[in-house]
Design a protein. Structure first.
Length: 352
């Protein structure tokens, strides 16, 4: 398959995904293979929460629409024009995927196929249905992909390189087990927001999206705030009040009750609005339903700290306070070229 053929297949996948929306799902008769796949995918979305309690329809639709927007002709051209695909030697690439948010491993899956390699996929037990379904759709569009996509339930074998995503603990295992193979091993990372008190209510409301989307389970979710020494959280709490319905999701509410109780029994001082706790803490990884915060006196010193600790940070949100930071509300809308851990997956696959 030529690069153009592969690009067109994924553009068509984008058209397919675009039909499924939380507000209204409308079948587009011009989408290829819709008679075979539309109703089945609609049912899978409805069943997703039974497969994983965190995969509510709202969150699954959001992930689907994010990929529908990403898989446009313009985005693919902009992304892939930076690379030379002329000398790719086809290899077998193993993927060990996470399952913290819907379709979290799709970018790696997509990258392997677009570079011309074959993919061996070991899905997370938390996300075993969405990606295999999209693989079936891709194969229906181009049967040649059938020989390039394999989902593995047992031990991974006969692969040339690996991309594995997990916790800091599993990363140590991956690094040992795959020490003789070219690899990308992803560990725990968290995202932060830097606030200076000048933020508008709209920006703080958008920050709520960065915190609560996917219930805070993603590495791109903001789990830590850096605020000025005398900062008052009144405006922050007022802005994010719109997200109060999150407490009505049982799994989130259980985490809120448990983590709040643990903090209080440990005599930690908390700020609390009934669905989110704020705890002053130097760590980056806060538990679900809680956000850590740290006060700063000097922005330049904070910039140095963030640079020194960049290996723990996925992305930074600010109102242009930090070089390379992104706008409030944009953490869960990465572009195709926004690589996890800032490791260029395509370059890795082209030289592997």
């Amino acid at each position: 398959m030529t690069l153009e053929v592969k690009k067109n297949i994924f553009i068509e996948l984008g058209h397919f995904l675009k039909q499924f929306n939380a507000n209204e799902t409308v079948k587009n008769e011009n989408v290829l293979k819709n008679d075979l796949f539309f109703n089945e995918f609609n049912k899978l979305i409805e069943l997703s929460q039974s497969h994983n309690g965190w995969y509510t329809p709202e969150q699954v639709y959001f992930a689907i629409q994010s990929w529908a927007e990403a898989l446009s002709k313009e985005n693919l051209e902009k992304w892939l024009s930076n690379y030379n695909f002329d000398s790719v030697v086809q290899k077998n690439i193993a993927l060990i995927l996470a399952g913290n948010i819907p379709l979290v491993g799709f970018h790696d899956f997509f990258s392997v196929l677009i570079t011309g390699h074959s993919v061996l996929v070991k899905t997370s037990s938390n996300d075993q249905h969405l990606l295999p379904f999209l693989a079936k759709y891709i194969i229906a569009l181009e049967p040649k992909f059938a020989d390039k996509i394999t989902f593995v339930e047992g031990k991974l074998e006969n692969f040339d390189a690996v991309i594995a995503t997990g916790s800091n603990n599993t990363a140590r295992y991956f690094e040992y087990y795959f020490k003789d193979k070219p690899s990308i091993i992803r560990k725990n990372r968290n995202s932060v927001a830097v606030i200076d008190g000048s933020e508008s209510k709209e920006q703080l409301l958008a920050l709520g999206e960065d915190i609560f989307r996917y219930f805070g389970l993603g590495c791109r979710n903001v789990s830590k705030l850096f605020v000025p020494k005398e900062y008052s959280f009144d405006a922050f709490f007022e802005a994010i009040f719109e997200y109060q319905d999150v407490i009505h999701y049982e799994k989130y509410a259980n985490n809120y009750d448990y983590n709040k109780a643990v903090f209080l029994m440990s005599n930690f001082k908390l700020l609390d609005n009934g669905f989110l706790t704020l705890k002053e803490d130097a760590s980056y990884a806060s538990p679900i339903s809680s956000v850590f915060y740290e006060r700063y006196e000097n922005l330049d010193l904070l910039k140095k700290q963030l640079n020194d600790e960049k290996d723990q940070i996925q992305c930074i949100v600010s109102n242009d306070l930090i070089d390379g930071s992104i706008s409030f509300g944009e953490t869960q809308k990465p572009q195709l070229w926004d690589y996890a851990d800032n490791i260029d997956t395509i370059s890795f696959l082209l030289i592997t």
